[in-house]
Design a protein around this ligand. Structure first.
Ligand SMILES: Nc1ncnc2c1ncn2[C@@H]1O[C@H](COP(=O)(O)OP(=O)(O)OP(=O)(O)O)[C@@H](O)[C@H]1O
Ligand SMILES: [Mg+2]
Length: 432
């Protein structure tokens, strides 16, 4: 289909060092499924993704299929590190640009050949990750779009994130529990990533698939958001929202977006609220194997309000009482504000960042996300000055640190991620 004709590489075909130029048709691809809401205003457009892409995406490398095949030992099962809705992810090793020095480790995502939807996601991923630059967003190193004997192949090569995802550390008991400090710094970093997308670029970018599995963790457990395949440009000018086909993940997508297809940055804010509760409770947004009243996380936590005495009973038992209950209450209240029914009443992500910084500062955990992440395994997890802090168990902190390190060592680098499918909600939007 014409509008999914992707890239034309201006540079010589063999050179893979310059940014590709997007075809005019493909420029529309990120928005073809979307219709800007018919509210007033028809002023001249600000620069869009295509223009920004041409200006900013210079560093993306264009790989040949054989290069990436070689980098992953022929997409060896031993190097498979995960699988999502898009396809399989492999650990690979590529030569640096100047071909001298140590090879660089990368994560290579190989698109399932499943037609239009996959192609659109691949384009969106290249376009959005080509223009963004932030410490809390995963870096796209390059891509491949090439005809092979098996049809057209689409791949993406990202910086390698050695510590898996927030989802793995929260819900997979093969990993040691994340400490309270680590949780705080991860949610702050993730909030900063979203705030940058919403408010730090010339265009508003809405992630649309924010969830624990899309928060990857680097060697210092610093969080970086990934998976921009469903990202969309937000409303411009006086438009209140963008109307789209409803896609995302059950349990994380905002109900107002699911009902109307009206997309705003506040849809991401809702998803962030869900993840905040996952971080507090160590439970997934949906858990079918629980008693009925506990299956839906948001319904369950409603029965244990932040100000109530029973609130502490929802906190992740894996924290072993090593957390600040007053900070946890504040985070729950912040989550509640992100989960307000009316999207307009939800805070902006910059406000969320501000609140989280305050909570972290007051609880004595330091206000710098990366600092906190760097030191998260060195600190005592007790919080001096916090009258509601739980009693200290100093021995346990270093024990849990040792356990974590032992676990990570044991898990090694070639652990095959559990195969999970994203539930795409493919419901057509209602026309206004
Ligand atoms: N840049 C990366 N570095 C290291 N591992 C990665 C990287 N990107 C993805 N992975 C691994 O691959 C797994 C699958 O990622 P993917 O984004 O394809 O699916 P998912 O997020 O788990 O599910 P979904 O398709 O619903 O988003 C991740 O959970 C992670 O463990
Ligand atoms: Mg993902």
């Amino acid at each position: 289909m014409e509008c999914f004709y992707y890239f034309k590489n201006k540079s010589k075909p063999k050179e893979r060092r310059s940014a590709p130029e997007l075809e005019r048709e493909s420029n529309n691809s990120a928005t073809t499924a979307d219709r800007v809401a018919k509210s007033s205003c028809s002023a001249t457009s600000p620069r869009g993704i295509p223009e920004l892409y041409e200006e900013k995406a210079h560093n993306l490398l264009v790989f040949s299929f054989s290069e990436l095949k070689q980098a992953t030992n022929g997409f060896s099962r031993l190097l498979k590190i995960g699988e999502g809705g898009f396809g399989c992810v492999y650990k690979g090793s590529i030569k640096p640009v100047d071909r001298t020095g140590e090879p660089i480790q990368v994560a290579i995502k190989k698109l399932n050949r499943d037609g239009l939807q996959g192609h659109k996601q691949w384009i969106a991923e290249v376009q959005f990750l080509g223009i963004v630059e932030h410490a809390n967003l995963v870096k796209l190193i390059g891509y491949c779009s090439e005809d092979s004997e098996r049809g057209r192949q689409h791949l993406l090569a990202y910086e390698f994130m050695p510590n898996k995802s927030l989802e793995d550390h929260l819900f997979n008991t093969a990993y040691a529990a994340l400490s309270w400090q680590a949780r705080l710094s991860i949610i702050l970093g993730a909030a900063q990533g979203l705030a940058y997308l919403h408010e730090g670029l010339e265009v508003q970018v809405i992630h649309r698939d924010f969830k624990a599995s899309n928060v990857l963790l680097d060697e210092d457990f610093k969080p970086k958001l990934s998976d921009f395949g469903l990202a969309r440009v937000g409303p411009t000018h006086d438009h209140t929202h963008v109307s789209t086909a409803v896609v995302g993940t059950y349990g994380y997508a905002a109900p107002d977006y699911i009902e109307t297809g009206h997309l705003t940055t506040k849809s991401d804010v809702w998803s962030f609220g869900v993840v905040l509760y996952e971080v507090l409770t160590g439970r997934r947004s949906l858990e079918r194997n629980r008693p009925r009243a506990e299956q839906k996380l948001l319904e369950w936590v409603k029965q244990h309000p932040a100000n109530s005495r029973k609130f502490s009973s929802i906190i992740d038992p894996r924290l072993e009482d090593q957390y600040s209950i007053s900070a946890a209450r504040k985070i729950a209240k912040l989550a509640d504000s992100c989960l307000l029914k009316s999207s307009k009443d939800r805070p902006k992500m910059s406000q969320v960042v501000h609140s989280l910084r305050e909570i972290i500062q007051v609880s004595g955990a330091g206000d710098d996300a990366s600092q906190a992440a760097d030191r998260s395994f060195e600190f005592s997890e007790n919080e001096p000055g916090d009258s509601e802090s739980n009693p200290g168990q100093t021995g346990r902190t270093s024990e849990s640190w040792k356990r974590r390190m032992a676990h990570l060592a044991k898990l090694g680098e070639h652990v095959e991620g559990a195969s999970r499918r994203r539930f795409l909600i493919m419901q057509r939007t209602r026309v206004q």
